[in-house]
Design a protein around this ligand. Structure first.
Ligand code: NAD
Length: 490
C-alpha cells in the first residue's frame, strides 16, 4: 500500500506512502483502521494513514529484532553509505518534502525548505560518523592486564517524535541509530505521519535492508508505548516531545530498565544587554522567536531586555512582526502559517489573554484572526509581570513577552527561574559578560549573539526537565551504543 490521495502527489510531485512500514513491506496493519491527516491552514483532511494497533507495534519490534544481528554486523562503511545515499535522495526531493510538511504541519514554505535541508544533513553527518566509533585500550594501573573498551549497538530502538519538525526529529534519531548498528521502530506524531513515511521510503530506496527501519503510525500513542516498552527485545527509547509525556515514558521504561534519551520541552530566555548591537539582536530575536512560527522547543519564550534599550528594541521588533505576511504556508510570499491544531491555538490565546489581564501591554497582535485554519496573530507583549503564566509555560506560538531589567544578576536569576533548561540566548558586545552569563545560565545550549543553535554537528539537548542525553554531533552517536569493557591478559 504505497498509494495516497491524488492531490498530495500533485502538490508534492512524489508518491506519499500511507501504510505502516514493517519488515520492508507497506501494510494496512491488522485492524485496517485509518487516521485522518489535517491541513492546519484549512482544517480539512488531506490524507488517511493506517492506524497501527499494539499487535502491529509488536510486529515492528519483531522485524527490527530479526534484522538486528545482520545490521550490527554490516561493515560501518556500508552502513554509512546507505545513509549517504539517503542524504542524496532527500536533497533531490527536498522541495517535495518541504511541500508535504507545509500541508500536514502548516509551517510556511521557507521554514519547511530550511527543515528539509537540515533534516537531510543528519544523514550526511551520521554517514561520516558511522566509521568513527572509537574504543580504547590501556594498561591497567596495576600492570597486570589490559583494559579494552568497545562500543556496541544498544539494540532495537524505539523512536517517538513530535509534529513540530516532522522530518528533522526523525532523521536526528534514525541517522545515529543506523550509524551505530541499531535497528529502529519509529512512531511519528499522528498530526504529521506523512513526512516520516516518505523518509522511510527513501531509506528503503537507499538500500537499508528490510526490518532495519520500521514505522508505525497510530491514533493511540499510549497503546503503542504500552506494547513496545513492555517488550524485553526493546533496549532503547529515544523520545522527543513534551516534558509531561517524557515523564510518563521514563516511568514506563523503568520496568524493563530501557536506556532512555529524552529531548523535552523548553522555555528559552533571550537576554539583551544595554551594550548589544540592537540590529543584530533584532535579527537574532526574530529567528529565535519566529522560526517555525514559534513552534520550536528552542523558540525564545521570554525576552529580558535592558531598560536602556527596551523601547528601541520593542517598537522595532513589534513593527517587524506586524509586517509579516500571514497565510497558508504554500501561498506565495507567506512568512507565517497557522498553528498545528485548535488545541495549540487555544493554549496560545489563553496565555496571551491571561498575561494581558495581569497587566501586560499589547504592542502588536494579541488576537485570533477572522479566517479559516488555526491562525494566531504575531504578537508582542511589553511589561509582562513576573508571575504571568506565559513566562513559565512553553508558548509554542508567535508571541513574544518582554520583561525589562536593569541589573545583570536579576536577568540571570529570572532566566533560570524555570524547571526547563534547553537553550538560552545572550546579546552583548562585552566578551567577558557573554561568557560569565553563559556559564551562569542553566541550559544545555547557549547562543551568544546568535538566534539559532541547531546544527547536526553539535550536541543538542537540555538540562533540568528539558531532557536527558544529546542528539547530533558525536554524542548523538554514543546515545545508541553500550560500552563493553573487556579485561585482557596476554
Ligand atoms: P507530545 O509530548 O504531545 O508528543 C510527542 C510524541 O509523543 C508524539 O509522537 C505523541 O504521539 C507521543 N505521545 C504522546 N503521549 C504519549 C504516550 N502516552 N506514550 C507514547 N507516546 C506518546 O509533544 P508534541 O506536542 O508533539 O511536540 C511539542 C513538544 O515537543 C514541545 O514540548 C517541544 O518543546 C518538544 N520538542 C522538544 C525538542 C527537543 O529537542 N528538546 C524538539 C522538538 C519538540
Amino acid at each position: 500500500m504505497t498509494s495516497t490521495t491524488a492531490d498530495l502527489a500533485a502538490i508534492t510531485g512524489i508518491d506519499v506512502p500511507t501504510g505502516l512500514f514493517i519488515g520492508g513491506e507497506w501494510t494496512k496493519g491488522r485492524s485496517g483502521g485509518l487516521i485522518g491527516v489535517t491541513d492546519p491552514a484549512t482544517g480539512e483532511i488531506i490524507a488517511e494513514v493506517a492506524d497501527g494497533t499494539a499487535e502491529d507495534a509488536l510486529d515492528a519490534v519483531g522485524a527490527a529484532h530479526a534484522a538486528l544481528p545482520g545490521w550490527a554486523a554490516t561493515p560501518p562503511r556500508e552502513r554509512g553509505e546507505c545513509l549517504r545515499r539517503a542524504w542524496a535522495l532527500m536533497m533531490e526531493r527536498s522541495e517535495a518534502i518541504a511541500r508535504l510538511m507545509v500541508l500536514e504541519n502548516g509551517k510556511a514554505l521557507p521554514d519547511a525548505r530550511g527543515e528539509a535541508t537540515y533534516s537531510a544533513e543528519f544523514f550526511r553527518w551520521y554517514a561520516e560518523e558511522a566509521v568513527r566509533l572509537e574504543g580504547a585500550l590501556m594498561t591497567a594501573p596495576s600492570g597486570a592486564n589490559r583494559i579494552l573498551v568497545q562500543r556496541q549497538p544498544v539494540g532495537v530502538s524505539v523512536l517517538i517524535t513530535p509534529w513540530n519538525f516532522p522530518a528533522a526529529m526523525a532523521t536526528r534519531k534514525i541517522g545515529p541509530a543506523l550509524a551505530a548498528g541499531c535497528t529502529v521502530v519509529l512512531k511519528p506524531a499522528k498530526e504529521t505521519p506523512l513526512t516520516a513515511l516518505v523518509v522511510a521510503d527513501i531509506l528503503r530506496e537507499a538500500g537499508v535492508p528490510d526490518g532495519v527501519v520500521n514505522v508505525v503510525t497510530t491514533s493511540s500513542a499510549s497503546r503503542f508505548s504500552g506494547a513496545v516498552l513492555g517488550d524485553p527485545r526493546v533496549r532503547k527509547l529515544s523520545f522527543t516531545g513534551s516534558t509531561e509525556v517524557g515523564r510518563v515514558l521514563l516511568k514506563a521504561a523503568a520496568d524493563q530498565v530501557i536506556n532512555c534519551s529524552m529531548e523535552l520541552g523548553g522555555n528559552a530566555p533571550f537576554l539583551i544587554f544595554e551594550d548589544a548591537d540592537i540590529k543584530a539582536a533584532l535579527d537574532g530575536a526574530f529567528v529565535a522567536k519566529m522560526r517555525n512560527g514559534g513552534e520550536a522547543c528552542t523558540a525564545a519564550n521570554r525576552f529580558y531586555v535592558h531598560e536602556a534599550v527596551a523601547d528601541e528594541f520593542t517598537s522595532a521588533f513589534a513593527a517587524r512582526l506586524a509586517a509579516l505576511k500571514v497565510g497558508p504556508g504554500l501561498e506565495e510570499g507567506t512568512e507565517l502559517g497557522p498553528l498545528v491544531n485548535e488545541d495549540t491555538r487555544s493554549k496560545v490565546a489563553s496565555l496571551v489573554d491571561e498575561a494581558v489581564a495581569a497587566g501586560s501591554k499589547v504592542v502588536t497582535g494579541g488576537a485570533v484572526p477572522d479566517r479559516p485554519g488555526y491562525f494566531y496573530e504575531p504578537t508582542v507583549l511589553d511589561h509582562v509581570p513576573s508571575g504571568a503564566g506565559i513566562l513559565h509555560e512553553e508558548i509554542f506560538g508567535p508571541v513574544a513577552p518582554i520583561v525589562r531589567f536593569t541589573d545583570e544578576a536579576d536577568a540571570v536569576r529570572w532566566a533560570n527561574d524555570t524547571e526547563y533548561g534547553l537553550v538560552s540566548y545572550v546579546y552583548t558586545s562585552d566578551l567577558r559578560r557573554s561568557l560569565r552569563v553563559a556559564e551562569a545560565l542553566e541550559a544545555g545550549m547557549i547562543g551568544i549573539n546568535r538566534g539559532v543553535v541547531s546544527d547536526p554537528a553539535a550536541p543538542f539537548g537540555g538540562v533540568k526537565q528539558s531532557g536527558l542525553g544529546r542528539e547530533g554531533g558525536h554524542d548523538g552517536l554514543l546515545e545508541f551504543t553500550e560500552t563493553k569493557y573487556i579485561a585482557v591478559e596476554w
